[in-house]
Design a protein around this ligand. Structure first.
Ligand code: OOB
Length: 539
């Protein structure tokens, strides 16, 4: 495994192999096998473009050879920032075939996050679109290159640009390439980003073995088959859309994946009707939009058979509306880029589907709920969810100190989520210990926003919490102590924005206090702040 990653203990890895859980399949062999079996069937649809399995497979080979011709080697890291376009899929398969490690970044990321990702990964390459939603990403890429030391090559999806290698050049560099030998399946395929519990995101190494296994299990639980059409509503660099079962699960089973440009029902409903979409996945805030739109939209959504919803908590009143309005079965999903994935099952009682996040997708997943003293609780007890298994990481990349706290001594990952198990073994997420705010589909580390606010010259102290919001689930509320004049919310937003961070991290609300409340141990008392925010909202 790539240096800086934490491998599974050897005896456990050997057991996963013996049991046929890890089968030595890479992302590349999944695509190769799909091309062999499903050849001319449509793998991907975007706008008017339809790409067959055979084409996608050859395209990935050309890209792998093109990246190699432009200096990329096995083991190199490359940060990729692209919207939902077929090139992204071909590039992802091309790079993993080459043995280069993708670092998935979000289109919303700006210089601060990207510099951090390049530095942490030691990336030699950075690939951007020309522009996206009115933002010039070439300019951004130049800035990131100037502020970091490891980047050798910038790549652009779009017109040939001074200082960049274009994807078109990569595709034609080696017209008829010989397929490269597949990389070792036990090695890292790509890095996902952590939802952020402390400051900037951490890198989650996912191996071919672990990820292909997870997607296969997810596809099996969802009963995906050749005639399924999966709609990628969420950005495909998000684990949920990439592999739970998402694109990879679709490719494992010979179905068709349709890429949506935005999650908006105005964009998505016509795609459902046109392509006969059967399965899709989204976060609750998008489902809210879909439910509203479905009440008046004229499109035929009757092909939908399964909608997966996860990423944030939902009330029963909310889950109850989904099946009647969309006419498709609901499947609640608890997932995390770190690994563990739990789903409701097709034959679960209605009540369990409406109120629980189901059971792990693999029998080899171990799930415990730990009480305050660190011992496992019986069903019903609420405590911290910890987990280990064949597709849950054993350590974040290059942060040994942090890893000592993030895992138990016997290798269980501490999720930072508060949960309980029902008598039937279903998981119910009750809350969070970690200071993550879930705003719509985005995860924001409170500490990161606090650090950003503290860079403002008039802010002396900052504490950030999530406050309940009907539409987004939570909004970002900042409690501040001013060291001078109190900056207005708009000024703070402008100041944070100017630091070059994703806009979804800007505070939504601000309250000024003479000082921050402290716990007896001298830490900021965030529970008191939450009560304060609630009383302000009522008042
Ligand atoms: C998904 O992945 P991440 O890595 O963006 O976020 C993980 C965190 C969890 O630790 C938990 O705090 C929260 O998101 N979460 C949920 C949830 N599913 C995730 N909280 C309550 N209810 C749920 N159903 O969010 C993700 C990855 C793959 C599939 C689905 C979601």
């Amino acid at each position: 495994m790539l240096e800086g990653c934490v491998p599974w203990p050897e005896d456990i890895a050997a057991r996963y192999r013996e049991q046929g859980i890890w089968r030595g399949d890479t992302l590349g062999t999944v695509l190769r096998e799909a091309a062999r079996r499903y050849g001319e069937r449509t793998a991907l649809v975007h706008g008017e473009r339809r790409i067959s399995y055979a084409e996608l497979d050859r395209w990935a080979d050309r890209l792998a050879a093109g990246f190699a011709a432009h200096g990329l080697r096995a083991g190199d890291r490359i940060v990729v920032q692209l919207p939902n376009v077929p090139e992204f899929v071909a590039i992802a398969f091309g790079l993993t075939r080459l043995g280069a490690k993708l670092v998935f970044s979000l289109p919303a990321h700006r210089a601060t996050e990207l510099v951090h990702l390049v530095e942490l990964s030691g990336a030699v390459g950075f690939l951007v679109p020309e522009s996206h939603r009115g933002h010039d990403h070439r300019e951004l890429a130049r800035q990131v290159k100037a502020e970091t030391t490891t980047l050798e090559t910038l790549f652009v999806l779009g017109a040939k640009t001074e200082g960049f290698v274009s994807v078109a050049e990569l595709e034609t560099a080696v017209p008829d390439p010989r397929p490269l030998p597949e990389p070792d399946a036990s090695d890292v395929a790509f890095f996902l980003l952590s939802g952020g519990t402390t400051a900037l995101p951490k890198l989650i190494p996912r191996t071919h073995d672990d990820y292909v296994y997870m997607s296969g299990r997810a596809a099996a639980v969802c009963e995906l088959a050749e005639d399924d059409v999966y709609l990628a509503v969420l950005p495909i660099e998000f684990n949920f859309a990439f592999g739970c079962p998402g694109l990879l699960g679709t490719f494992l089973t010979g179905g068709t994946a349709v890429l949506a440009d935005t999650p908006n029902p105005l964009d998505c409903f016509p795609l459902v009707e046109k392509h006969g979409v059967t399965v899709t996945a989204m976060v609750p805030s998008i489902m809210t939009l879909w439910l509203e739109a479905a009440e008046w939209s004229g499109e035929d959504l009757s092909t939908l058979r399964l909608v997966q919803v996860g990423g944030a908590r939902m009330t029963r009143e909310f889950t109850e509306r989904i099946q009647p309005v969309l006419g498709a079965r609901l499947q609640q999903v608890f997932g995390m880029a770190e690994g563990l994935l739990t789903f409701n099952r097709p034959d679960d009682p209605a009540d369990a589907v409406l109120t629980t996040q189901g059971r792990p997708v693999s029998d080899a997943d171990e799930v415990l709920i730990l009480g305050e003293d660190g011992t496992p609780l019986p069903p019903g007890g609420i405590g911290e969810l910890v987990t280990r298994g064949p597709y849950t990481l054993r350590g974040y990349y290059r942060v040994p100190e942090y890893n000592r706290r993030a895992f138990t001594p016997d290798g269980f990952f501490r999720t930072g989520d508060l949960a309980r198990l029902t008598e039937d073994g279903d998981l119910v997420i009750e809350g969070r210990i970690k200071e993550t705010i879930i705003r719509g589909g985005d995860k924001i580390a409170a500490g990161e926003v606090e650090d950003l606010l503290l860079t403002h010259p008039d802010i002396a102290a900052a504490a950030v919490i999530g406050v309940p919001d009907e539409f987004l689930g939570e909004r970002i509320c900042a409690f501040l102590v001013a060291g001078g004049p109190e900056p207005a919310l708009a000024d703070l937003k402008q100041a944070v924005h100017a630091r070059g961070v994703a806009d979804y991290k800007l505070p939504d609300l601000v309250h000024y206090l003479p000082e921050l409340p402290l716990t007896p141990l001298g830490k900021v008392d965030k529970k008191a702040l939450a009560r304060h925010a609630a009383s302000e909202q009522e008042g």
